[in-house]
Design a protein around this ligand. Structure first.
Ligand code: KG4
Ligand code: ZN
Length: 338
């Protein structure tokens, strides 16, 4: 089954064609990141306009690259939530028009389910059940993936997403947007012991997390150094920051593996590209004799191939939509019908 998949929830316009949920025939991306960098973050209005400009061309490019005809497309999938509402709407409207014109099923896909499904592309042998640590610009969650479309949220951030904090701290340190990758690189040259940052622990649910206190403490430390004229060791501060984020995430993953008895841990989302988090997960999993699944960096960020992968399983579960499909800025990853 060839699925034409569309992703436009943030600042990447992407169209892919994926066969049977696992085989990426093409994965076309037009990134707007350079454009938003001037403003230090994504400007929603600009994002929507650029999606409109790029989306038709990308779909044409996807067909050309695979040599497929429109008739060879069996279904159209799209990220319908969550994201910047204007941006998501562009993809949803395009996908609705395409599904209607081709007279094929329309499959709505939750963006975070897509991030999890990036693992199916990287690891053809991976099947649920498994645990997934989702760490992106907008979400931080530990999810029990019981089946392809049956999930349970074990824990979530109670305030900021990890990626949001990376980007905010990166911005204040003068790093180009989005700051996560630059911060990661700087951290590798630093000494994490030089700075001590708070490790917040919400106490209601052991799997829940909090990052806003860490963000504020890091920003305060930077501003204080500026005010008193103290030279900041940026690399070491980045190292301490990455270590603290990882020390928030990884022990919870370890506890979840122990308590659920799952033997597989997958990671997903842009922050899953972080080298410190990757290293700590690998180490922890080795100690627990658990299998680790880490998609390559190209599949960790936003792309349409991951949407096409999840779409196949949504289709098998009967989760298709009609022309009434709407876009949503926020929506739970849990499987309520659209
Ligand atoms: O999943 P994603 O591409 O978009 C969302 O759905 O949010 O994630 C983007 C986030 C940004 O916050 C970016 O700074 C972060 O992923 N990121 C990283 C790294 N590479 C990207 N954060 C930490 N370390 C990295 N190496
Ligand atoms: Zn994403």
């Amino acid at each position: 089954m060839n699925i034409l998949a569309v992703e436009s929830s943030c600042d990447e316009t992407a169209v892919a064609i994926v066969r049977d949920g696992r085989d990426v025939l093409t994965d076309c991306i037009a990134s707007q990141v350079d454009l938003h960098r001037i403003y230090g973050g994504v400007v929603p209005e600009i994002a929507s306009r650029k999606h409109i400009e790029a989306i038709y061309g990308l779909a044409d490019q996807a067909l050309k690259e695979t040599g497929l005809n429109r008739q060879d497309i069996d279904a159209v999938a799209v990220t319908y939530a969550p994201g910047l509402i204007g941006a998501v709407l562009v993809g949803v409207n395009f996908a609705k028009a395409a599904a209607m014109a081709l007279n094929k099923p329309l499959i709505p896909v939750h963006h975070i389910r897509g991030h999890i499904a990036a693992n199916y592309l990287a690891y053809p042998e991976l099947e649920p059940p498994f645990l997934c640590l989702v760490v992106s610009g907008g979400h931080t969650m530990i999810i029990d993936v019981r089946d392809y479309t049956d999930m349970e949220i074990l824990g979530t951030t109670l305030d900021d997403a990890a990626g949001e904090c990376f980007d905010k701290v990166g911005r204040v340190l003068g790093m180009p947007y989005p700051g996560g990758a630059a911060l990661d690189k700087a951290a590798q040259r630093g000494d994490e012991a030089k700075y001590s940052l708070p490790l917040p622990k919400p106490d209601a649910n052991p799997y829940d997390m909090s990052f806003s206190g860490l963000k504020t403490a890091t920003l305060n430390l930077i501003h204080h150094a500026e005010q008193v004229g103290e030279e900041l060791d940026t690399d070491s501060l980045c190292a301490a920051f990455c270590a603290t984020v990882s020390n928030t995430l990884v022990p919870r993953v370890v506890q979840a593996l122990k308590e659920t008895g799952r033997r597989k841990i997958a990671v997903a989302g842009g922050v899953a590209a972080n080298s410190r988090i990757r290293r700590d997960i690998l180490k922890a999993a080795e100690e627990l004799d658990a299998q680790v699944f880490m998609p390559p960096l190209s599949l960790c960020g936003d792309n349409a191939a991951m949407i096409g992968a999840q779409a196949y399983y949504e289709y098998l579960a009967g989760n298709t939509a009609g022309m009434e499909l709407n876009a949503y800025a926020t929506k739970s990853i849990l499987g309520e019908r659209v």
